[in-house]
Ligand binder design. Structure first.
Ligand code: NI
Length: 228
């Protein structure tokens, strides 16, 4: 399941992000520092150093925005979110086909996080650069994703994906992983669908007793499938 989350960040936040990421003292490093063996062979981009103050500051803003967004909660059913990271592609940089590492160590604590979902948050307008599409191999074929600044895509971390070469301009993005309460993508997609239908029934004032039962079904399925 691919989910498009519109307008996670507003215009003022985006201006702040771009200004800070383009500042002369922004700590850009080779993106291969966080790639596993498979990823390192196909990865060519820049990243903000993971342990930097800038990464913590901007990542904190992203986490705050996620907490206020019902669509993210409903689609991801987050248990843990990996601290957001930031990358940049320009001058032909790209990231070849790969699957994200399944388990990552949380910086600092060393605790493990299972990557159920991958997220890419686009930080600059799509017309400001050529290329840079995120291609995701989904059950319905390959999806090409290049979103408006401030929009995010959530997709199963198990899917093969790649970033096409950026041949003009600079592509700035934020990316992170989510360990979900429900590890199976199919189960999570079904719950998301059910939740959307229940919200719609609420909004249209449908039969209350039936709504209560459906909400009960939602929670009992979530209880059955929750993995904490
Ligand atoms: Ni990836």
């Amino acid at each position: 399941m691919l989910v498009h989350v519109p307008a996670l960040l507003n215009g003022e936040q985006l201006r702040h992000f771009v200004e800070r990421l383009h500042a002369a003292d922004a700590p850009w490093v080779d993106g291969r520092v966080t790639a596993g063996h498979q990823g390192a062979q196909v990865k060519q981009n820049l990243q903000i150093a993971e342990a930097s103050a800038l990464s913590a500051e901007l990542g904190g803003i992203v986490l705050g925005a996620l907490e206020r967004l019902p669509l993210f909660i409903s689609a991801a059913l987050p248990n843990q979110v990996y601290p957001p990271m930031f990358n940049r592609y320009e001058g032909g940089m790209h990231f070849g086909s790969h699957v994200d590492g399944s388990v990552r160590l949380l910086p600092g604590s060393g605790a493990k996080i299972r990557t159920d979902l991958s997220a890419t948050l686009f930080l600059v307008p799509p017309e400001s650069y050529d290329g840079g599409e995120l291609l995701i191999e989904d059950t319905y074929g390959t999806q090409s994703v290049k979103l408006a600044a401030g929009d995010m895509v959530l997709y199963p971390a198990s899917s093969l994906h790649r970033v096409m070469p950026v041949t003009r301009g600079s592509r700035l993005a934020c990316f992170f992983w989510v360990q979900s309460l429900v590890r199976d993508d199919g189960q999570r997609a079904l719950l998301f669908d059910l939740d959307n239908a229940i919200q719609r029934l609420h909004a249209t004032g449908a039969d209350e007793a039936a709504r209560v039962h459906l909400t009960g079904c939602y929670h009992n399925l979530l209880r059955m499938w929750t993995d904490v």
